[in-house]
Ligand binder design. Sequence first.
Ligand SMILES: C[S@@+](CC[C@H](N)C(=O)[O-])C[C@H]1O[C@@H](n2cnc3c(N)ncnc32)[C@H](O)[C@@H]1O
Length: 305
Amino acid sequence: MTNGEDLSKTTYQHIPVMAPEVLQSFANFESVKTQKELRYFDGTFGRGGHYTLVKNLFPRLKAVVFDQDVTAVEFARKKFQTEVESEMLLVQHANFSQFSSEKWGLFDMMLLDLGVSSPQLDEASRGFSFYHDGPLDMRMNSTQEVTAQMVVNQAAEQELIRIFQIYGEVRSPFRVVRALVNDRKTNPFTTTKQLASLIERVEGWKRKGFHPATLFFQGLRLAVNQELESVESALPELIKGLKPGGRLTVLTFHSLEDRIVKNIFKNSIWGRPVHKKVIIPSREEEFSNPRSRSAKMRVFERSIE
Ligand SMILES: C[S@@+](CC[C@H](N)C(=O)[O-])C[C@H]1O[C@@H](n2cnc3c(N)ncnc32)[C@H](O)[C@@H]1O
């Protein structure tokens, strides 16, 4: 339980993105599902949406799941208590970059569904959103020291430009950074609204329905959580954690993240990417779940030696 909230009844829902495509990526195990226990690793458990779907398809699934957010871990242990107690599910508070095949063994199926979950975005106190005022936090792992507030108030001007240009994909963040560096001298930033208002003031609204702070917030979040770095360091180790014929499916939401996945999958000597082209959500899904819009899926299969 966190902040006295009953997590099993939480109203913050997370709709699993590209659910049919993710299940399809593991469909090659359907023919053996009654004969053997299949091992599944989920490095981004969230609210267990994908885990539940995979578990329904493979009832004899034995799973190890990670999440770096303690709220997700507490939720998992409570909601899936029966599976935890029967040792069919092991829940670990960890960053997936800490995965090692020596420690956790080999898996048939692995999944990373990157980025933040809807409960993280929707909860104002987590500080991810410019729509809900909250502390400028943005940590997925609340035991980590660096917060968005520290980055915004302490990073050098050049570093902020790099964060917004590279992670946020903002072409020209200079005016915002100049205003931010100037304002923080007398009035340090402490809330999401304060930062969003500054960006709104400097940039103005250029596209209807697209808040001018969107990409700046994305950049800051990726920097605070070192998201690209985690993916880059984790993927080679996750690949080593696949059994021969095992599959690793990755959902990304950022072009740089997708490029990292694409290159590591393409250049790995352990196996090959399953599809030539990246898989994207159906139009129906993009319409019904706007958070799926930037999703891209890639699947890697380890060779049978
Ligand atoms: C998009 S959500 C996953 C949702 C999940 N697939 C579901 O259907 O409920 C991403 C989750 O992964 C976690 N996460 C992101 N990066 C992580 C990392 N490097 N290590 C561990 N957990 C991570 C976040 O805290 C968040 O809970």
